[in-house]
Design a protein around this ligand. Sequence first.
Ligand SMILES: [Zn+2]
Length: 73
Amino acid sequence: MTMQKELLEILACPRCRGQLEALGSPLQALCCRACAVVYPVRDGIPVMLLEEALPLHAWHPDSNPACKTRTDK
Ligand SMILES: [Zn+2]
């Protein structure tokens, strides 16, 4: 996806300014391997806040907080 690629070029980890890795297809989160954190993507918008970041080990595509919010009854 071109959009994802462009996003990744623009975005950097707010903590270390490192490169981010896209998770999920469609894009569900952005991962910083250096910080071992995952930034969720909500409604296609990456949430680049340290407060919103999940530890990398806690991340699982099925437990995406964005998806949970969207499918919440
Ligand atoms: Zn980082």
